[in-house]
Each structure stands twice: as structure tokens, then as C-alpha cells.
Design a protein around this ligand. Structure first.
Ligand SMILES: C[S@@+](CC[C@H](N)C(=O)[O-])C[C@H]1O[C@@H](n2cnc3c(N)ncnc32)[C@H](O)[C@@H]1O
Length: 234
């Protein structure tokens, strides 16, 4: 969920009207002030001269895709394409290890694909450079999808899908696109009380055990719950 999810929860709650006003103002902040984790990631890959694209798993209100777009523009990465993967129906059923600590609800962060594009347009994103893939990750992130997408390498990946069960298929899917220097941002690294046995931390540990050719160097923390990493291919 990260800070943004929290913000949206509060915005929809009448008890928090003052908080809502503050949060509306926060939304007006520029990418420099609020999306600094994203900017650093793009600055890094731009310095490294990576030519890959931006992949986002968890699109919802379009905030992070808009930041990514602005960060890429600022780094003169004008050829980069933006891929957004989401159910556009919110979170799946919360079960298994994700149900241990009650933090998320089924259907939370539901926003349609149409709404998502509307949000991007509002944020000034050139949507001709955006491709969305709608559906549940365990169903749509397949070899068949790989063969259809004109995607070769990932420069920056944002994993913002909150749950262990969602992160597992995402990591398997992105593996072949990762190159030396790809930056992966995990927006929910410290959710579930930062437990290594839950959420993104557990999914990453297990994934690295399966893929000995992939190593991660911790890069930067961002916002309250996020952590980014730099990929090494060995
Ligand atoms: C916290 S929101 C993402 C916030 C977004 N980055 C933004 O800037 O507004 C989490 C998103 O992950 C998506 N999601 C989570 N698990 C999923 C799954 N298994 N399959 C597809 N989408 C999933 C939800 O639909 C939701 O849009």
C-alpha cells in the first residue's frame, strides 16, 4: 500500500476531513518533493545508460506512473515506454500468509482502466507511450504475454501490489527483463510490520533462492514503506 494507499483510505473517510484537506494539498506537490525515490531511480539508470522500459505492477490512481513519466522526462529518457499491470479491480482475496496480519482488504484500491488513463492525462502523461495489461497477475503474466509484448529490457520496475501472493508471479515474470543496473522499487517493503516472513520481503527472498543468477544491492529507502534495489546479473 505505501503512503499513497494510506492517503486514499483517509480521503474516503469522513472522520478525517482535516486530514483530507492536507492530503489534497500533498497531492499537488511536485514530483521533486514527493516522488524523490522515483527520480533517484531514473537518475541512476540514466547515468548507467540503460535503454529499457518502465514496468509498474499496481497502477490504481496513476500517481506513481505519473511520477515515473515526469522523472523520465527530467532525465531526457524520451524513448522509454511505460507498462502498467493491474487487475483494475483492486486487491484479490486476502488469504494464506497475507491474512496473518490484517492490513489489506479484498477489492481495496479498485480503479478501472479508464479511470487510470484519465488520471494519467490529468497528470500530463503522453498516454501514447503507455500500455496497460489488465488482469490478475497469476493468470495474465504468462509466456504468451511475453511473446506479445515488444518489451526487451526493464530499466525501472515498480512493485506496488502490496501482497505476497501478488508479488510472487510479478517477480517470476520480470526475471528475464532484468539487466545489470535495473532499479526495482518495492513500495510496500516495510508493510506487514516489516516482517521478513510476509509480503514483498518474503516473496523476494524466495525468488532470489530460486534465481541464483540474480542479486540485489540495497539502494534507497523512499517514503514510509518503500525500498529500492539495484539488480546484478551474475
Ligand atoms: C496500492 S495500489 C497501487 C497504487 C499505485 N501505484 C498508485 O500510484 O496509485 C495496489 C494495486 O495493485 C493491484 N493488485 C494487487 N494485487 C494484484 C494482483 N494479484 N493482480 C492484479 N493486480 C493486483 C491492485 O488492483 C491495486 O491497483
Amino acid at each position: 500500500m505505501g503512503v499513497l494507499g494510506f492517503i486514499d483510505r483517509l480521503r474516503n473517510d469522513d472522520k478525517f476531513s482535516r486530514t483530507r484537506i492536507i492530503l489534497e494539498n500533498l497531492k499537488k506537490l511536485s514530483v521533486d518533493e514527493f516522488g524523490s525515490g522515483m527520480i533517484k531511480a531514473f537518475e541512476f539508470v540514466s547515468e548507467m545508460k540503460l535503454e529499457g522500459d518502465y514496468l509498474e505492477f499496481g497502477c490504481f490512481g496513476g500517481y506513481t506512473m505519473t511520477w515515473a513519466y515526469k522523472a523520465a522526462k527530467r532525465c531526457d529518457m524520451n524513448k522509454i515506454k511505460f507498462y502498467g499491470f493491474d487487475s483494475f479491480e483492486g486487491l484479490p482475496d486476502i488469504k494464506g500468509v497475507d491474512a496473518d496480519i490484517p492490513e489489506f482488504k479484498k477489492g481495496e484500491f479498485s480503479s478501472s482502466e479508464k479511470e487510470f488513463y484519465k488520471d494519467l492525462r490529468r497528470g500530463g502523461v503522453d498516454i501514447s507511450r503507455v500500455t496497460t495489461i489488465a488482469g490478475w497477475y497469476d493468470k495474465v503474466l504468462t509466456e504468451e504475454l511475453r511473446s506479445k509484448l515488444p518489451l526487451k529490457e526493464a530499466a525501472v520496475v515498480l512493485v506496488d501490489c502490496d501482497l505476497y501472493i501478488s508479488t510472487v508471479p510479478v517477480l517470476e515474470f520480470i526475471s528475464p527483463y532484468l539487466v545489470e543496473g535495473t532499479v526495482i522499487l518495492f513500495d510496500d517493503w516495510h508493510c506487514f510490520k516489516s516482517s521478513p516472513e510476509h509480503g514483498e520481503q518474503k516473496a523476494v527472498r524466495e525468488w532470489l533462492e530460486r534465481h541464483k543468477d540474480i542479486k540485489l544491492s540495497p539502494y534507497l529507502p523512499f517514503e514510509a514503506f518503500g525500498q529500492s534495489f539495484i539488480v546484478h546479473r551474475v
